[in-house]
Design a protein around this ligand. Structure first.
Ligand SMILES: Nc1ncnc2c1ncn2[C@@H]1O[C@H](COP(=O)(O)OP(=O)(O)O)[C@@H](O)[C@H]1O
Ligand SMILES: [Mg+2]
Length: 233
């Protein structure tokens, strides 16, 4: 049994003639400690899959199991606990609380988790040791995304979900953020699912999962992921 199993998942919106299958019998696995790149064009179903993995949405049918626990069978309160304690999220727009400092934003997440990492140390790890007392508006986009990564990592999550995390960043800043995610996965054994529409990023992961029209069209295990520094696009 894989660490994460996403099996035969359908997510349908609407009924009858207007029904849309955002996911159409999508199947993939991710092993513990892997960085999985989920690649596909806009509308392919990537965010829908990530939202189901994050316990923010539910599959219409199919089975999603993480570390032996079936999300698809979870009650609402079990899903709430799952979102709080077991998953970290990084979005395109950083979603920081504007009137809290970088440190306070990370503490907000770490304080609710029993196995949390130290907020200050986690911010140091992402290169923001000097910016602990800054508010989001005083930080660049790249720095704000580092705070949101620290916030997710400080929860010490079973799974880190990143939906187009560099979508709002310039090329070089985006590359630094991807490097940080690649390093975090490698050095701390974190399992990461990284959603992107940028096919140049395909070789950076341990596993490539390609989506098209709600279906998984390719799964590729990569024994030798390419360091971000060596990828150009
Ligand atoms: N709440 C919704 N209601 C209706 N259709 C939706 C909804 N959310 C997503 N979709 C549709 O599902 C498909 C997949 O969307 P999404 O998962 O956001 O794709 P991606 O993240 O790959 O761009 C798209 O056709 C989108 O329009
Ligand atoms: Mg999306």
């Amino acid at each position: 049994m894989a660490f994460l199993e996403f099996h035969d998942v359908v997510r349908q919106y609407g009924e009858g003639e207007s029904a849309v299958k955002a996911l159409d019998h999508a199947t993939f696995d991710i092993e513990k400690g892997e960085l999985a790149v989920i690649l596909g064009a806009s509308g392919a179903g990537k965010s829908t899959a990530l939202n189901i993995l994050g316990g923010m949405d539910r599959a219409t049918s199919g089975s999603v199991v993480l570390d032996g626990r079936a999300l698809t069978a979870a009650s609402e309160s079990e899903l709430t606990d799952y979102r709080r304690f077991d998953v970290g999220f990084v979005f395109q727009f950083y979603n920081l609380v504007p009137n809290l400092t970088a440190l306070e934003n990370v503490e907000l997440a770490s304080q609710i988790c029993p196995d949390a990492l130290d907020a200050r140390e986690t911010l140091e790890k992402v290169g923001l040791g000097e910016r602990l007392g800054n508010f989001p508006a005083q930080l660049s986009g790249g720095e704000q995304q580092r705070v949101s990564i620290a916030r997710a990592l400080a929860k010490n999550p079973k799974l880190l979900l990143c939906d187009e995390p560099t979508g709002a960043l310039d090329y070089n800043t985006g590359k630094q953020i991807l490097q940080l995610l690649q390093d975090s996965c490698r050095n701390n054994g974190i399992t990461v699912a990284l959603v992107t529409h940028n096919s140049a990023l395909a070789p950076m992961g341990d596993r490539l999962i390609r989506f098209r029209s709600g279906k998984v069209t390719e799964i590729c295990v990569n024994e030798h992921p390419t360091p971000i520094a060596d990828i150009e696009w």
